[in-house]
Structure formats: structure tokens, C-alpha cells
Ligand binder design. Structure first.
Ligand code: F6P
Length: 363
């Protein structure tokens, strides 16, 4: 390997989303074009580092991928510091972190760029503490990574979900029905909140605001009394009732696993039908929220995050995640990000706006 030329490894980890390839392209074009670095693509998230599956990326590899969904590198939900998954440390004969450090050295990496969500950044932080040079990029449709005002993938998912909600209005109105749409977002309700407000949802249920059935029913009845016997109810997959919120996590998981509904949206649809007598239908938007081309906003954001990562590497600024803070793309210490989730705070402006225009949150 030519001496003096830095080599950086890039991996994408966790759930995929629109914008991953734009981020890879942003890092790779800036690192190779501006700073003359060698770029190595690591396959399938941290699993590629454990298994040593990596290859040098040539300019042709990251050309023409700005608008492509998914990730050219592949992804996994490998959590190297949790001894679980396909192979245990014992079966491997070495701990996964040790294998990662060994392969990082063998590949001759000067830095690892970890593009991913909460779990990815927490692993990046531990690898940084273990002595590797790491830079994180915040990715997830859930928008729930601490330390940054926004993650790429989020706005593309808001666009997809909003377009779906728009379509549900016409069928709800035509049949005087309550249409429930379940969106992704396990721990935080950002996606349901933003798409719900953008799509004119009448009720929005998010994990941060445990709901009461009677409150949901009353919002829908009030609409009916006002001559609108149709409504849109937007539910985050992590939404929970006030009763569930009072349980400890273990008990709550047990109850959820035992429920006869395939997912929360169906349960809430049945609750609404039972409590109000209104005809109700359910749509689970699922993985459509993670597929396809990134929105122009996410292309801009992912490219900006990627270019900033290259700047940080050139400046020797490691152990940090690229973040958007008050409109500026800046580095934040991974120690402030790891093991945290950014939830919708009670005073969030979009939440306040929604309440002012009459959206019910079931609380
Ligand atoms: O990446 C975040 C997310 O899309 C969550 O919103 C969702 O609950 C989860 O991933 C789905 O995980 P998987 O892709 O492993 O099914």
C-alpha cells in the first residue's frame, strides 16, 4: 500500500433507508477526490469487519448511486459487543470485537466510517474506546438518534408516508370509515408525528404519549357530531396504551407477544370499531417507508454528512458523529450519542402545532 495515503473503511449497518448510497458517495467522492484517500467498502455492516469481507471501491463503484435506494455495501444488524447472532464468540474462537480490530489493522485502515442508527453508533463508540479511529453518520427513518436534529432517511420516509395518508383520505371519505395507518418507529414517534401532521391525520398515536381508548373514541365521535363521519388515525408501531405504559418492559413485551393482532395498528383498529361502532380499516405501510430513491432533501443531507466526515478524517477528528445542529453540520462526540434515543419532547413545536389545529393524541 502506498505510504502516506490514508485508507478509510465505510460500512452501512442496521435498517436500510433512502440516502445510504448518497452518504457512501458523499464520503467516497470527498475522501478520494479532495483528500486522495483510498476507500474500502465493508460488506454487510459490522459483519463484514468480523469476517474480513471488504474491497477497495473504485470511482466507478460510487458513481451513479446518489439516487439509488438501499446500500451498495449491504447491511446487517450485527451487534459485535452483544455475543449473539449467527455465530457466538466461542464458536469463532475469538470475540467479535477482537476480530473487528484485527481486520481493521489487516485492511490497513486509518479510519472506519460507520453509517447507521442507534445501535451502529453505540458500537462505533465502543470501537473508538478500544482504540480505532471512527466517524459515525446518523441514518434512520426513525429520526431517533441523540445528538443530531435530523437523520437522513427520515424525510424520505415522511414523504412516502404522507403520500400514503393522502390516498387514504379519499377512501375514508367515500365510505365514511375510520382508516388506521401504522407507520414505523418503535421507540420514537417522529415519523408518525410529522407524516400525521403533513397528511392531515385526525388522531396521531406515538410511543411518547400513551393513549387512552376513551380519548381516541371521543375525538372520532366529536368529528362525527361535526358532520365528519370519517377519520384518519396515524399510529406509530411503538404506540402503547396508558395501561401498557404502566407495566414494566418485560411484562409489556409478554403482553404484546401474546396479543392476537399481527401489530398494534390492527389492535387499535379493533378498539376503535368496538368503542365507536364506526367502520374501520387498517393499513400497515411497513417497508415501503424504507425503500426507493431518497428525497432531494435527504440527498443533500446525506451528501453534506458524507463530505463532513471526509473533512473530519483529514483533520484527524475521530470518535465523533456528524450531526445537524441548528442548521449546521458539525461533529458531536460519540459518547453523547451512544446508548441514547431521541424521543419527541413534550414541547416539540410540531406537536404543539398539531394540538392547536385539533389533532388528538389520545392522551
Ligand atoms: O431502521 C429502523 C426500523 O425501520 C424501525 O422503524 C423498524 O421497527 C425496524 O427498523 C424494522 O427492523 P427490521 O428491518 O430488522 O425488520
Amino acid at each position: 500500500m502506498e505510504r502516506g495515503r490514508m485508507s478509510i473503511g465505510i460500512l452501512t449497518s442496521g435498517g436500510d433507508c433512502p440516502g445510504l448510497n448518497a452518504a457512501i458517495r458523499g464520503v467516497a467522492k470527498a475522501a478520494s477526490g479532495e483528500y486522495g484517500m483510498r476507500v474500502i467498502g465493508i460488506a454487510n455492516g459490522y459483519r463484514g469487519l468480523i469476517e474480513g469481507e471488504a474491497r477497495v471501491l473504485e470511482a466507478a463503484d460510487f458513481s451513479g448511486i446518489l439516487t439509488r435506494g438501499g446500500t451498495i455495501l449491504g447491511s446487517s444488524r450485527e451487534k459485535p459487543f452483544h455475543d449473539e447472532g449467527d455465530q457466538t464468540d466461542a464458536e469463532l474462537g475469538q470475540s467479535k470485537p477482537e476480530l473487528i480490530i484485527e481486520n481493521y489493522r489487516r485492511l490497513g485502515l486509518d479510519c472506519l466510517v460507520a453509517i447507521g442508527g442507534n445501535g451502529t453508533q453505540s458500537t462505533a463508540h465502543l470501537l473508538s474506546l478500544a482504540g480505532l479511529n471512527v466517524v459515525g453518520l446518523p441514518k434512520t427513518i426513525d429520526n431517533d438518534i441523540a445528538g443530531t436534529d435530523v437523520t437522513f432517511g427520515f424525510h424520505s420516509a415522511v414523504d412516502i408516508a404522507t403520500e400514503a395518508i393522502d390516498r387514504l383520505h379519499s377512501t375514508a371519505h367515500s365510505h365514511n370509515r375510520v382508516m388506521v395507518i401504522e407507520l414505523m418507529g418503535h421507540k420514537a414517534g417522529w415519523l408518525a408525528l410529522f407524516a400525521g401532521v403533513a397528511g392531515g391525520g385526525d388522531v396521531i398515536l406515538i410511543p411518547e404519549l400513551p393513549y387512552r381508548r376513551e380519548s381516541v373514541a371521543e375525538t372520532l365521535r366529536a368529528r362525527e357530531r361535526a358532520g365528519k363521519p370519517f377519520s384518519i388515525v396515524v399510529v406509530a408501531e411503538g404506540a402503547l396504551s396508558a395501561e401498557e405504559a404502566a407495566l414494566d418492559k418485560k411484562e409489556r413485551r409478554k403482553r404484546r407477544a401474546a396479543m392476537s393482532w399481527p401489530s398494534i395498528g390492527y389492535r387499535i383498529g379493533a378498539e376503535i370499531a368496538g368503542d365507536t361502532g364506526m367502520e374501520t380499516r387498517v393499513t400497515v405501510l411497513g417497508y415501503l417507508q424504507r425503500g426507493g430513491t431518497p428525497s432531494p432533501y435527504d440527498r443533500l443531507l446525506a451528501t453534506g454528512f458524507g463530505a463532513q466526515a471526509a473533512r473530519m478524517i483529514a483533520a484527524g477528528e475521530f470518535g465523533k458523529m456528524v450531526a445537524m445542529r441548528n442548521g449546521e453540520i458539525v461533529p458531536v462526540p460519540l459518547s453523547e450519542v451512544a446508548d441514547r434515543t431521541r424521543k419527541v419532547p413534550p414541547g416539540n413545536p410540531t406537536l404543539s402545532t398539531a394540538r392547536l389545529v385539533g389533532v388528538g393524541f389520545g392522551d
